[in-house]
Design a protein around this ligand. Structure first.
Ligand code: SF4
Length: 84
């Protein structure tokens, strides 16, 4: 665990909030928490580095992070055969 994670606004919160699965449980609540998080940039950078494929990290959904990675020239993660 990184030192910055101890200062995360989501510390102790229900992790399901950050893995939205439906319209009713969309990413808006998680993004609102991230908006106020003092370690948002660290979180986003780690998610990009680790190629997190799900969930909200650093205030960005997985799709938003993929778009950001493309703009930054970060290569797509290699997919396993089972993921194709
Ligand atoms: S940016 Fe969001 S997901 Fe990342 S540590 Fe902060 S609150 Fe948690």
């Amino acid at each position: 665990m990184s030192e910055w994670t101890e200062r995360a606004a989501c510390s102790g919160m229900d992790t399901e909030l950050f893995f939205p699965t439906s319209e009713l449980h969309d990413a808006g609540l998680a993004k609102a928490v991230c908006e106020e998080c003092p370690v948002r940039q660290d979180c986003l950078e780690q998610a990009l580095r680790n190629r997190e494929t799900d969930g909200v990290f650093g205030g960005q959904t997985a799709a938003e992070r993929r778009a950001m990675a493309r703009k930054l020239g970060i290569p797509e993660p290699r997919r396993k055969k089972a993921d194709r």
